[in-house]
Design a protein around this ligand. Structure first.
Ligand code: S3P
Length: 464
């Protein structure tokens, strides 16, 4: 129903892309002995959104290869078209954007429906707030429940106005202005989306706009804005953290962007192999930006055998092929300061912890409650349904593994959250009994082809 409504609002997309859209479907994963083979990680979601948005804010042509053609990124395509960018699908993963330039977007003729995508909503709010028109945003039930106050507050300081539901939730009206005031803003939460929204608004603002982040978050915006020709300065902040400044009114020029594979998606195949002894899997082309790689550090501390092979640079991002051999995980403590570098990976880490010997303590997880679902609660409920001992606190999760296969046999609610769905399907490969999820359709937001990729390695994921 929601999906059909979204399709009606969005400009038509290429059929090959639309065919990736799934309907609500129960999925099940059955236990397998081991996984084996080589696969390629799908394109990075964070970088894909940014490549399209920055291409729209540039003049001239931007050619993107390796773009993730998941529903979240397609929501960004539709929104940018509504703003006047020409975005063309030229082949698998190949897209061309003809931008409207900084401040050159036109008033969208309808509500922008961003589906399930928090990144699209937060980053676009920075772009829309700095245009002199009113625009409207909404999304699916998950996105409409997520906090937007975190972007509304700084963007209001800059001069935009907003009308939303209680707590600044969507649907949201954004009354933008092209007379934004530059600010210096200290992030109250570690969020690359909030940082990026402010920096994007700063592009169409006279003077220098500064974000101070107490804890470093993914820096794709800073790296890519420079690539498009913006002046972005990064240095230490007084009192700790990073100070990031963008100089307003740059002339952004269209560029070629090669999108590396997504470490957050690769994580599912890597953990699936790590928890099945005897597995030997290589996931090629994985982005290993240190600000995204906390899961891999943690898995290694747990005793996982993961080699970074063929390390190279792809489009200004460090990339490697991850070679994983399964077996022998131990529980560890994961410190709170590591959370920003693996914020999307706690659900899949919890599955590794369920298969490890000993307890894994995960700390500093408050932000997990503000994701596509309350991920702390979703993970805890799923663990309970599959016989895994654990304790959930306000911002902590402790998972007690025994080193033996978890019981499994549960049906897990995905709560419109792709990472919950994929994580518990991975658990099903290693549990004693199959694990089912009530709805696999959110997987297409970030990882179309997930089941085929896992099954290509010897997994057993299919309709329940
Ligand atoms: C993202 C930032 C993170 C992450 C999300 C993608 C981004 O969100 O969870 O999946 O592309 O900037 P927060 O900024 O809310 O932590």
């Amino acid at each position: 129903m929601l999906r059909r409504r979204r399709a009606a609002l969005a400009p038509p997309l290429e059929e090959s892309v639309l065919s990736a859209t799934a309907t609500m479907a129960k999925l099940i994963a059955r236990p397998v002995a081991r996984l084996h083979g080589r696969v390629r990680a799908p394109g990075d979601k964070s970088i894909s959104h940014r490549a399209l948005m920055f291409g729209a804010l540039a003049l001239g042509e931007t050619r993107v290869s390796g773009l993730l053609e998941g529903e979240d990124v397609l929501a960004t395509v539709a929104a940018l078209r509504a703003l006047g960018a020409e975005v063309e699908h030229q082949g698998p993963g190949l897209w061309q954007v003809r931008g409207f330039g900084v401040g050159g977007g036109r008033e969208p003729g309808n509500i922008l429906d961003l589906g399930n995508s928090g990144t699209a909503a937060r980053l676009l709010s920075g772009i829309l707030a700095s245009h002199p028109f009113t625009s409207f945003m909404t999304g699916d039930a998950s996105l409409r429940g997520r906090p937007m106050q975190r972007v509304i507050e700084p963007l209001s300081h800059m001069g935009a106005r907003f009308h939303g539901r209680e707590g600044g939730r969507m649907p949201l009206a954004i009354i933008g202005t092209d007379e934004m005031v530059p600010i210096e803003y200290r992030l109250p939460v570690a969020s690359a989306q909030v940082k990026s929204a402010i920096l994007l608004a700063g592009l169409n603002t006279a003077g220098e706009t500064t974000v101070i982040e107490p804890e470093a978050t993914r820096d794709h915006t800073e790296r890519m804005l420079r690539h498009f020709g913006a002046e972005v300065r990064v240095g230490p902040a007084e009192g700790g953290g990073k100070r990031i400044t963008v100089v307003g009114w740059p002339e952004l020029r269209g560029r070629d962007i090669v999108v590396p594979g997504d470490p957050s998606s690769a994580a599912f195949a890597v953990v699936a192999a790590a928890i099945r002894p005897g597995s030997d899997v290589t996931v090629e082309n994985v982005g290993v930006n240190p600000l995204r790689a906390g899961l891999y550090e943690t898995l290694r501390e747990m005793g996982a055998d993961i080699a970074f092979e063929n390390a190279r640079d792809v489009g200004g991002e460090p990339v490697a092929d991850l070679h994983v051999k399964g077996g022998g995980l131990k529980g560890v403590e994961v410190p709170a300061h590591r959370a920003p570098s693996m914020i999307d990976e706690y659900p899949i880490l919890a599955m590794a912890a369920a298969c490890a010997e000993g307890s894994t303590h995960m700390l500093g997880l408050a932000e997990l409650r503000a994701k596509e679902s309350d991920r702390l609660a979703s993970v805890a409920a799923g663990l309970a349904a599959n016989g895994v001992r654990h304790e959930m606190g306000a911002d902590t999760l402790v998972v007690h593994g025994t080193g033996a296969a978890p019981a499994g046999g549960g049906v897990v609610k995905a709560h419109l959250d792709h990472r919950i769905a994929m994580s518990f399907l991975v658990l099903g490969l290693a549990a004693r009994e199959p694990v089912a999820i009530d709805d696999g359709s959110p997987i297409d937001t970030s990882f179309p082809g997930f089941a085929a990729l896992i099954n290509g390695l010897g997994g057993k994921v299919g309709p329940a």
